[in-house]
Structure formats: structure tokens, C-alpha cells
Design a protein around this ligand. Structure first.
Ligand SMILES: NC(=O)c1ccc[n+]([C@@H]2O[C@H](COP(=O)([O-])OP(=O)(O)OC[C@H]3O[C@@H](n4cnc5c(N)ncnc54)[C@H](OP(=O)(O)O)[C@@H]3O)[C@@H](O)[C@H]2O)c1
Length: 287
């Protein structure tokens, strides 16, 4: 290895360690009694986030469409140590339910410290077939309801020096085949909350925004779609959930989980042809 390469590698390692060293430390105690609303919490990553918040002794409101499932998750949250665990059934495709869910949390908890926006509507894993109606519906569920809920909760988060946590995806940074409508909703989220992040900073707001970029996570809904179609490794939902919570609690603007999603995001601009090759060859597809 040449001297220049050694110096470059050492500099990269030093820079990496400096960033890690200066990152704010997560204090689990800060979540004791915290007032949290988690969306899409009947299953998957949202359910795991509810359990982590419960173990940290938070007061949790969870929402999704299936009331009976939410009830079971809320009961488990109480058994794990949540100070409160309440649920409200809401369909985020509706015009009024996003506000209804936020209002319920504000009333029941007396305000909010964390709004964790995580839900997604079911979407097929197929080549784009021209179904604009589905895309319109998915935009409502995966994007517009996020903007609506964030606005509804903002005044309370401002008062509590709270945090807005948005669960996004690598597919919101790097377009991928078979999921054009889903990818579009995640790009919309990144654009909207990226702009809001600047606006809040310019207004010297108390509210932090964390945008979480996730790779493939082993939730049931994700695994059912990609099984046999790709060999991309899936990471554990409980670990993804914990990383999202820590990112919100330490008021970090971004999370990349797993770490290589950051490299993939950068490589799209730095090495577009190689990235295209990798993306298109990550799937078993015969035309
Ligand atoms: N899993 C992955 O590989 C992966 C990768 C990157 C990013 N992410 C992101 O991580 C987040 C969670 O993903 P996940 O895999 O855990 O999802 P999931 O298991 O499919 O869970 C989706 C949640 O949203 C709820 N939901 C669905 N339609 C809804 C609607 N119309 N109104 C309200 N709630 C609705 C579902 O509950 P009900 O059916 O009871 O309504 C469920 O609680 C999403 O933002 C996703 O984009 C996931």
C-alpha cells in the first residue's frame, strides 16, 4: 500500500472516530415519562418501537387501523413498564383521522414530547402497471398524513422542546424497481421534512426533526414481498426500532440503518453507473 493511500485511510478513520466521539450520548432516563405517539404500531418496526419506549418507562399512544391488535400491543407495553399505554384506531387515508389521532394523544397525555411517524399502507411489489389511483391513495397514507400530523402536533412539540421522528427508507434516496409508488412517497417525505428542518432551524424552533433512512428490515410485510426475489440482507426490526428511538432522543437530524445505506446514498451521485448496475442486479428477474 502506497504512502498516500495509508495517509488517506488513516485520515478517514480519524474523521470517523471524531464524528462518533462527538455524537451526543443516548440517555435512556430521558425517556422515562416521555409522552410519545407512534404511528403504524400494530406490527413491524412501529410495534417494536412501542415496546422499547415501554421498557424506557415512557407514556405511549399507539395508532394503526386494527383496534384489536393495537389493544394487545398496548397491554404488552404496560407489562413491559410503560407509564401509560393507550391506543386509537385511525385510517391515515382518511382526511380527518390523522388529526383525530394527534388530538387523542394531546388530550390523553397532556401534550407530546415525541411524534414518531412510521405507518405505511400496503403496496404491491411489482413493475409499475399504470395504477395511478393506488399511487394517489398511497401518497395520502404514506406522505400527506405525515405532513398533516406534524402540523397538528407542532405547537405542543414546540412547548415541550420535542422531537419529530420520520421513518423513511433508502428507497426515498435511491429509486428502486418494483416499488415506484412507495419510492415516490418516501422521496416526498424526505423533500418535505428536509425543507421543514431548514424552516424550523431558521425560526430557531425548539423542535428537532430526525429523518431515518432504513435498509431492508425483517418485518413480516417486507419479507413476504422480497422472499426469493433478492439476496439483500434484512436487519432485525427490534434493532432498527431502537436506533430510530435513539436518533430521536439525541435530536440527530439523520439516521442511516444499517450503516451501508449511507454509502449507497452517496454512491448514487458519485458512481451512478455502478449504482445502477448494483440496483438492477439485486433482484432475480427474467423478462
Ligand atoms: N421493513 C422494511 O424493510 C423497511 C425498509 C425501509 C423502510 N421501512 C419503513 O419502516 C416503517 C415501518 O415499516 P414496517 O415494515 O414495520 O411496516 P409494516 O410491518 O407493514 O407495518 C405498517 C404499519 O402501518 C399500519 N397501517 C397500514 N395501513 C394504514 C393506514 N391506512 N392507516 C393507518 N395505519 C396503517 C399497519 O397497521 P394496520 O394494518 O393495523 O393499519 C402497521 O401497523 C415504514 O415507514 C417503512 O417505509 C421499512
Amino acid at each position: 500500500m502506497g504512502t498516500f493511500t495509508k495517509v488517506l485511510l488513516t485520515a478517514a478513520c480519524v474523521a470517523f472516530l471524531a464524528v462518533k466521539w462527538n455524537a451526543p450520548r443516548f440517555d435512556a432516563e430521558s425517556l422515562r415519562g416521555a409522552r410519545v405517539l407512534v404511528t403504524g404500531a400494530s406490527t413491524g418496526i412501529g410495534e417494536q418501537m412501542a415496546y422499547h419506549y415501554a421498557r424506557f418507562g415512557a407514556q405511549v399512544v399507539i395508532t394503526a387501523r386494527r383496534e384489536k391488535v393495537l389493544q394487545k400491543v398496548a397491554e404488552k407495553c404496560l407489562s413491559l413498564g410503560a407509564q401509560k399505554a393507550l391506543y386509537i384506531a385511525a385510517d391515515m387515508a382518511s382526511e380527518s383521522d390523522p388529526d383525530k389521532a394527534v388530538d387523542f394523544a394531546l388530550e390523553q397525555l397532556g401534550g407530546l414530547d415525541y411524534l414518531v411517524l412510521n405507518h405505511i399502507g400496503p403496496s404491491p411489489f411489482t413493475m409499475w402497471d399504470g395504477d395511478v389511483e393506488h399511487t394517489r391513495w398511497l401518497m395520502k397514507v404514506n406522505f400527506l398524513s405525515y405532513a398533516q400530523m406534524a402540523w397538528r402536533a407542532l405547537a405542543s412539540l414546540e412547548q415541550s422542546k420535542g422531537a419529530l421522528v420520520v421513518v423513511s427508507s433508502l428507497l426515498g434516496k435511491l429509486p428502486s424497481p418494483f416499488v415506484a409508488p412507495y419510492t415516490s412517497t418516501k422521496f416526498a417525505l424526505n423533500g418535505f421534512f428536509g425543507a421543514l428542518h431548514h424552516e424550523l432551524a431558521m425560526k430557531k424552533s425548539n423542535v428537532s426533526i430526525s429523518i431515518c433512512t432504513l435498509g431492508l428490515i425483517d418485518t413480516q410485510s417486507a419479507m413476504e414481498k422480497v422472499r426469493g426475489v433478492t439476496n439483500v440482507p434484512a436487519y432485525p426490526a427490534a434493532d432498527a426500532a431502537l436506533n430510530i428511538i435513539m436518533t430521536g432522543a439525541t435530536r440527530q437530524p439523520e439516521l442511516f440503518y444499517p450503516w451501508f445505506t449511507h454509502i449507497m446514498t452517496l454512491s448514487k451521485d458519485w458512481f451512478p453507473s455502478i449504482t445502477d448496475y448494483i440496483v438492477q442486479n439485486s433482484y432475480n428477474y427474467i423478462p
